[in-house]
Ligand binder design. Sequence first.
Ligand SMILES: *Cc1c(COP(=O)(O)O)cnc(C)c1O
Length: 241
Amino acid sequence: MSIPLELVRDNARRVLDRAREAAVRSGRSGDAVTVVAASKTNGRDAIRAAYEGGIRTFGENRVQELTEKRAQGAYEDAGIQLLGRLQKNKVKYVAGQVELIHSVDSPELMEAISKRALSLGRVQDILIEVNIAAEEQKGGVPPERLEEILARAGENPGIRVAGLMTIPPAAAEKRENFSFFENMARLFVDMATKKYDNVIMQIMSMGMSRDFEDAILAGATLVRVGTAIFGPRDYGRTEDK
Ligand SMILES: *Cc1c(COP(=O)(O)O)cnc(C)c1O
């Protein structure tokens, strides 16, 4: 069951307003934070409704879904980013063809993305995913290994590391992840003071529907919001999880 399109449009406006207010409360300008609408499982019409509500960047999790919906014109006049984990055999379908790839966590993946982007004459912006809560079985680089990865960005002229992203544990309570957001912000500031080739610490991607305002208060520059815009996801439509 998807929600009415007018509701998607109004939700999008409301989320953008809330993000602006949180940015101002965090001492920044209202436009300091980008809201990326996480549109997985949602079709073209819902995506266009979110666009009407003011969303200008969409994020997908699966490469195939992104490619299909792009062909349908779902993201016209908007930016498109890959949020989910990228498998190496899918690199060729996205590298050099999206604004930003969020979940990079190995030198091998950096290298594969770089090569593909270069073959298209492009430089691909990526984010390094940090496993900020040191959760087992979760993707992302442990904080203590971050410098090692950043130091290798310079070997890959086809990428630029534009910042960091994290997905903290699924929060049961609204403020539960605040300390993880603060730890991320400290790490981000710390890394920004160091100099690595092909690295600019500009984007800190954290916060989702339940906690994006907390993330912004802690310093996020990009939040990824799905449910609060599109309503609950219907996974019956895709194999995505
Ligand atoms: C789905 C998804 C989101 C959005 O989650 P909501 O809780 O629906 O806002 C954000 N980031 C990633 C990586 C996602 O896969």
